[in-house]
Ligand binder design. Structure first.
Ligand code: GCW
Length: 668
């Protein structure tokens, strides 16, 4: 905890065991970088304070390289293999060298060095090359200007309060945290841009937004804003937002000239258009590309990007209608304009076709699009995955998405390839996550949810890191280097997604949550609603037929995925109910019937939560008390939640099917 009373998370530079590191870091020489460059300055500050508090060493900046034990220098692809924003850290003959392609790379390299010290790793023989895979690595905040956070589970916003922009002691720490894991872009306001937030691009807020963007820039982060597509109407411009109307274009041109002159470091804008009631080009009979390109052309002279979300679907559906399929909507709305989007437009695509469920197939838009910049959007905020009450480490889920073969090319066809620019050779691409922070003392509500906050950044930087490696780093940096603690917390984290999946909705069907809040079980909560989120259970079976005989969604994939999903026998079982309406008596590969699988997994899920609690309790006294107590208290709520899910899901399907549990356990 620092003097602001909030946690320093993984940058908690407390005293560490010195494994010879102090010898290297005491005498530093800087070459090829200007010491007073804003990023270099902050990198050096970070190095000094980290080394001072972890090893008790005062760093001396040498004027003569031959005296130095740590050389920070500019590298290149040829010299050291470093590329844009990348770094290499190696030891030879008692000298540690950090070569970076640019200032950001230097900062990331310094943080890597500090990580090694914090994990008490030796430097001898080290050679670590790390070039970021996703060019854009972004956190999106759904913070509202009144201080509330849409889908926030960690307190109030630290960016806004009472319609004011906050710049305070948290701002810089936030920037340090996210830059230390390689984040280079942050959207500070909710994609649902309403009321005061529409005014973020006016005089009313320029001064504070500029201050914020300046602090971000110190750490190599570009600030982005979410934009209201109907801003011209709301800010006293033309009474239209038609992207092809010259008056509207002129208004935006003038507006952007003003915005970028007042906030020159601004990276650009994120837009949610024609989605869940937000305005957009459809209102004027224009395409999504018309809307995105209009803005993109206008921000282009300032190096601005337009990140355009693909979360477009009909949210006033009739549940009786079995042909309209929400899962189809993203692809159907965007695929027709592949190639129409200008070079500084990026389409931001949620990982699945629905909405951040615990299990979904990968969106067919990823790799469906071939001539359009694509960015993957995931949700670190645990909206549908336990709301930072239940433990759910999401890195394994993100990795499955990255590893998915889209078959858009013979080689280089995974989502990882696409969002790193390898597939299509583009730079306007990357990964974004809805962030899970708030003004709670520990930033993320549940202390263990900080593993997701940390993990997304590390993974976006380096796709090949395993979920295990990331968890290990996070525990060692944030909690303890003690083996027992590391192993037990890793065990809790690595099993948590599977556990959550077991006690909630089965085999990819999703939903079954309490409407609106999205926490807790309500099997039919969304069954007769307008949201397009159904399970279609009847007395014979459940699941949505998305094969060619059903909604045809499976056909949006490239082969062989399309056929794989289309056929009940070849469909990956964890997605079976997403793609098919399956009889309760259907035999799974395990030999169990579907209904028995539902019963068994729900009993197992609760048992696994109890095991996690046991593991956690064995750590009392070995992790800081506030962390222990906070997590322990949340585990009680998780257990209660898991039991509710188990009993409601099991009772529901028992009553629908009339089929007994083979093991005769208590079903209500
Ligand atoms: O997951 C849903 C959420 C909304 C959110 C929307 C979106 C910001 O329930 O709260 O709105 O997705 O992604 O736009």
């Amino acid at each position: 905890m620092n003097k602001g009373g909030f946690s320093q998370l993984w940058l908690d530079y407390k005293k560490r065991t010195d494994n010879g590191g102090s010898v290297y870091v005491s005498k530093v020489f800087l070459s090829g970088f200007l010491q007073d460059h804003r990023i270099v300055k902050h990198a050096l500050e970070e190095l000094k304070s980290g080394v001072q508090t972890m090893l008790g060493v005062e760093i001396k900046v040498e004027q003569d390289m031959s005296q130095a034990t740590l050389v920070l220098k500019r590298g290149s692809e040829k010299e050291g293999g470093v590329r844009r924003e990348g770094y290499r850290l190696w030891e030879t003959g008692g000298v540690l060298t950090l070569a970076a392609a640019d200032e950001r790379g230097l900062l990331y390299g310094v943080f890597a060095l500090l990580r090694l010290i914090a994990m008490e790793r030796p430097f001898q023989g080290l050679d670590l090359l790390s070039n970021p895979e996703s060019p854009l690595r972004m956190y999106d905040h759904w913070d509202n200007m009144d201080g509330s956070i849409e889908r926030g589970y960690s307190g109030r916003s630290f960016f806004f309060q009472d319609d004011k922009v906050l710049v305070n002691e948290r701002t810089r720490d936030y920037a340090r945290f996210v830059s230390s894991i390689g984040i280079n872009g942050v959207v500070i306001n909710n994609v649902n841009v309403k009321q005061a937030a529409t005014w973020l691009i006016t005089d009313r807020y320029f001064q504070e937004v500029r201050q914020l963007s300046g602090i971000f820039a110190d750490y190599g982060i570009r600030l982005f804003l979410s934009l209201n597509f109907a801003a011209p109407l709301e800010l006293g411009g033309p009474q239209s937002a038609d992207p092809l109307d010259p008056k509207v274009r002129d208004w935006w041109r003038e507006k952007m000239e003003e915005v970028f002159s007042k906030v020159p470091d601004l990276g650009g804008f994120l837009v949610k258009a024609d989605s869940e009631g937000r305005p957009g080009p459809f209102t004027y009979g224009r395409t999504q590309a018309d809307g995105a390109n209009m803005l993109a052309d206008i921000v282009k002279p300032y190096g601005g990007l337009i990140i355009w979300r693909c979360f477009v679907y009909n949210c006033t559906q009739d549940w009786r209608d079995r042909q309209t399929d929400r899962a189809r909507a993203g692809y159907d709305s965007f695929i027709g304009q592949d190639g129409d989007y200008h070079e500084n437009v990026i389409l931001q695509i949620k990982n699945g076709p629905m909405d951040f469920q615990i299990r979904e197939p990968v969106s067919p838009l990823l790799g469906g699009l071939q001539k359009t910049n694509q960015m993957l959007e995931v949700q670190v905020a645990q909206e549908y995955t336990g709301q930072q009450i239940d433990v759910c480490y999401l890195v394994p889920l993100f990795k499955e998405v990255l590893d998915f073969h889209t078959y858009c090319r013979e080689k280089c066809d995974t989502v990882s390839d696409i969002v790193s620019g390898r597939t299509f050779g583009n730079v306007n691409t990357g990964m974004a996550a809805v962030c899970n922070t708030g003004d709670d003392a520990n930033w993320t509500g549940n202390d263990l949810a900080a593993a997701n906050f940390y993990g997304f950044g590390r993974l976006a930087f380096c796709h090949s890191l395993t979920a295990d490696e990331i968890a290990e780093e996070w525990v060692r940096l944030s909690i303890s280097n003690e083996e027992e603690v590391v192993e037990k917390i890793k065990k809790i984290l690595l099993g948590s997604r599977g556990t959550y999946e077991k006690y909630t909705c089965p085999l990819g069907i999703g939903w079954m949550v309490t409407p609106e809040t999205h926490y807790g079980c309500s099997v039919d909560g969304y069954e007769y609603s307008r949201w397009g989120t159904y399970h279609r259970a009847d007395h014979k079976g459940l699941g949505v037929d998305r094969s060619r005989l059903g909604t045809g969604y499976a056909g949006q994939y490239r082969e062989p995925n399309a056929s794989l999903y289309d056929n009940m026998e070849t469909c990956p079982e964890e997605l079976l109910l997403f793609f098919h309406h399956v009889p309760y008596t259907y035999r799974l590969k395990s030999g169990k019937t579907l209904i028995q699988h539902i019963y068994d997994t729900h009993f197992e899920g609760v048992r696994e939560v109890e095991e996690m609690i046991g593991l956690w309790e064995s750590l009392k006294g070995k992790v800081p008390d506030p962390v222990y107590d906070g997590v322990r208290e949340r585990f009680d709520r998780q257990l209660h939640n898991a039991k509710e899910w188990r009993d409601q899901v099991n009772a529901y399907f028992y009553r629908k099917s009339g089929i007994e549990d083979e093991q005769g356990r208590k079903i209500y």
